[in-house]
Design a protein around this ligand. Structure first.
Ligand SMILES: NC(=O)c1ccc[n+]([C@@H]2O[C@H](COP(=O)([O-])OP(=O)(O)OC[C@H]3O[C@@H](n4cnc5c(N)ncnc54)[C@H](O)[C@@H]3O)[C@@H](O)[C@H]2O)c1
Length: 443
């Protein structure tokens, strides 16, 4: 008997609006990239929704359609973009400032990017201390509830103006100062009172999440902020049938960690130390130079190894692992980050070995296809009637949100299997377990 169901999935007719709070390096590289791909100027490398395939049935069946042909996803030509930022620069100017995409490429898509002007942001300097310059593109309002209502109005106006039939919101804003769960987050009543009373424990990203979820618009969190991962907003997501996901896009060094650590563990090789250091010079790096914002990022980056390696189950291999993560702001590199990893590992009889990784990566080039995939899959989730935490999207996140009490799955390959099996399940196809007995024992 098949474990699958054929869900009723609405077709993606009309346009899908993708709204990003934060029109900085990641958001402009995503938007500019989609415009470039749509014009045939480049390929969507790194995007599973655009390039990935999915095997259906037996290996001998030879059925491996592209994911975007297997499930109905919004087409790139059907996307329109908007967002909010504290800076006044339009999407073209912001992309020029961020220096990720070449000027030549940007000039080919300039008219489309210039039309995207940031709507005034909901902002609070206490949560992001290091932003410099004219940060006056912000909303006034008597309290946070009024600001949330203003955001909902922005969403309506954007949808009307762009003739968008559906919307998704993906947080691409700066990393906010570390915030632990507080009483105001515990349920929806407390949270809505907190919005009216300007509770200082409600971060701006939570106001965006509230506004989107209240309207039933899928919300994904690309930063390590607490944001949507609080009982109040999960309660709202349940009530309004809204898919949510996060947090912190899995790019660069953590992507490498979740590729390499499962491999070492699979071979029962021990690890005594993993020292990771980064230099980066973009605005994200500058924001992370503030200890409060760094603390949020550090927590997100550190959790990964513990969950993958399970030291409590493998004390001889991982109990004494010393794991350290450093991020240093170094302006000359801009968005071209360099991440070094030194791994002290040990093998048979405890003999030590070392692995060195020097990843000269481009942060936003790795993040942009994730924004695209998360936006398209979030819209698909909504059309398929899914709501609440979308753990099958943990493939894209450093610190995946899970149901309370459930530990997150960090192994990239398990995450990919979970994602693809979710698609098979929703489409009524057999799940793939890789057991493979049928090829040898056809009875
Ligand atoms: N680049 C990557 O590979 C990567 C990976 C994982 C996570 N992230 C996270 O994604 C986020 C964006 O990264 P980036 O490199 O684009 O940073 P960025 O500094 O270039 O852009 C962030 C933008 O958010 C704006 N912003 C801050 N608070 C806001 C608010 N309340 N409302 C609206 N706009 C606001 C800032 O003005 C800025 O323009 C960061 O939180 C970063 O940590 C990035």
């Amino acid at each position: 008997m098949s474990d699958s169901m054929k869900a009723k999935i609405e077709s993606p007719t009309g346009k899908l609006g993708v709204l990003c709070p934060g029109l900085g390096a990641v958001a402009t590289t995503f938007i500019g990239g989609v415009e470039a791909v749509s014009k045939g100027l480049a390929k969507p490398i790194g995007s599973l929704t655009q390039m990935g395939t999915i095997r259906l049935g037996k290996r001998t069946d030879d059925r491996s359609p592209k994911i975007k042909e297997f499930i109905e996803l919004a087409g790139l030509g059907d996307l329109c973009f908007g967002g909010w930022d504290v800076f006044h620069d339009d999407c073209y100017q912001s992309a020029v400032n961020c220096k990720v995409l070449d000027r030549e490429l940007l000039d080919e898509i300039r008219p489309a990017l210039e039309q995207i002007k940031p709507m005034p942001a909901v902002f609070d300097h206490r949560y992001v201390k290091k932003l410099k310059g004219d940060t006056s593109n912000v909303k006034d309002g008597r309290n946070l509830m009024a600001k949330a209502e203003a955001l909902m109005k922005d969403m309506d106006v954007f949808a009307d103006k762009n003739k968008a039939d559906r919307l998704v919101v993906v947080w691409c804003g700066s990393t906010e100062a570390y915030l632990a769960e507080k009483p105001v987050h515990k349920d929806l009543v407390a949270f809505e009172n907190g919005l009216k009373e300007n509770d200082p424990d409600i971060a701006p990203s939570m106001v965006y999440a509230y506004a989107a979820i209240k309207k039933g618009i899928p919300f994904a969190n690309g930063a390590p902020n607490l944001t949507v991962e609080i009982p109040a907003l999960l309660e709202l997501a349940d009530k309004t049938n809204t898919p949510v996901s996060g947090k912190d896009f899995k790019t660069g060094q953590t992507l490498m960690k979740t590729i390499i650590a499962p491999g070492l563990k699979a071979r029962m090789l021990g690890i005594s130390g993993w020292f990771s250091t980064n230099i980066l010079g973009n605005r994200d790096g500058e924001v992370l130079d503030d200890p409060e914002s760094f603390k949020t990022k550090e927590k997100s980056k550190l959790g990964v190894l513990d969950y993958i390696l399970q030291p409590e189950k493998y004390p001889d291999l991982y109990r004494d692992l010393y794991h350290k993560v450093r991020i240093n702001y170094y302006p000359p590199r801009g968005d071209a980050k360099e991440g070094w990893d030194n791994l002290d590992i040990f093998g048979w009889l405890g003999y030590p070995m070392q692995i060195k990784i020097d990843f000269l990566c481009r942060d936003s080039i790795l993040a942009a296809p994730i924004v695209l995939d998360v936006a398209l899959f979030s819209d698909f989730a909504k059309r398929a009637g899914l709501k609440g935490i979308q753990e099958w999207l943990s493939f894209y996140f450093k610190s995946p949100i899970t149901a309370p009490g459930l530990y997150p799955e960090h192994d990239l390959f398990i995450q990919l299997k979970k994602l693809k099996n979710t698609l098979r399940y929703l489409m009524g196809e057999d799940l793939i377990t890789h057991l493979g007995r049928e090829y040898y024992d056809p009875r």
